[in-house]
Write a protein that binds this ligand. Sequence first.
Ligand code: NAP
Length: 336
Amino acid sequence: MTVRIGIIGTGAIGRDHARRINQVLAGGKVVALSDVNRESAKAVRAAIALDAEIFQTGEDLIASPLVDAVLVTSWGATHEQYVLAAIAAGKPCFCEKPLATTADGARRIVDAEVAHGKRLVQVGFMRRYDTGYLALKEAVTSRTGAPIMVHAAHRNPTVPAQYITPMAIHDTLIHEIDVFRWLLDDDYVSARVLFPRRAARSHGKLRDPQIVVLETAKGVVIDVEIFVNCHYGYDIQCEVVGEDGIARLPEPIAVQMRLNATLQNPILTDWKDRFIASYDVELQDFLKAAAQGTASGPTSWDGYVAAITSDACVTAQEREGEAVAITLPARPALYN
Ligand code: NAP
């Protein structure tokens, strides 16, 4: 079966997902597009040579009998309304992070999906599909012994001027928030944020870098350095310290060179390159489940927990140095 896909939001990632569905993956075809900027949808249709209808609104696209399943890749603040509409229509829905910009919004999605009685939503936490993280999880599960600590870093070369301190959580750390729950099979109980001196490339509304310390229910302490103006590259680091040994996230493959009396390893500079293969695998997973009228992979519950944890981390930024408790409601059986 070919799943007929409608994409809402044809910016950077919507366009890239349209390309991979039509040109890289099996089992899906983009048949519909919608964007508040209709010209953007038209440009994507032309650039990828899509045989797709352009809809005035995301809701019209979701309601169309042309569309079997939906990708929500619009601006974050619009995700909730489209995911709720997809659930109401009973259509599988892949939603880029964040599932919703508030924990209450994510909870409404969880409640709607639970009321529907079957999974329909996959959240775009693509690191769970990355071969490096999968290998790390295998090592942590079967070889290092029980985890005790995680040391991690999320470094970007630069961010735009409108990037402000809370975005380091909602836009950047959110990937670590999800992937460490999955990696450790654990949940968070508290968050704390420490700020070293402001780096020279920070600006008035951005305190950069920062260190987020998360504690889990099993007592693992995770420190994550977020440094979004590090200048030298896009660099994701993760080391898990266990009872018997240490496991490190593999570096991306790069040709090592001996040149001018130095040993050199290139470092990526664009986030799009770092997890490019995992975007393919996550969407292939979505297409496979959507063909059965359901969803797999990261759940609405994962998106909800990420939203609760993000909110606690932003509060921890405001109360620098203080531990902020993270309390999760009971998990509905649909997500067990
Ligand atoms: P983008 O380039 O700004 O694209 C978003 C598109 O959605 C724009 O064309 C925007 O139009 C459109 N839009 C805004 N409001 C809309 C609405 N109500 N209905 C339909 N379309 C609407 O952003 P992006 O980088 O593609 O990011 C999109 C989402 O993907 C964000 O939530 C982001 O966090 C997520 N993302 C995830 C990853 C990942 O690694 N998983 C990576 C990148 C992005 P205008 O430009 O006219 O506003």
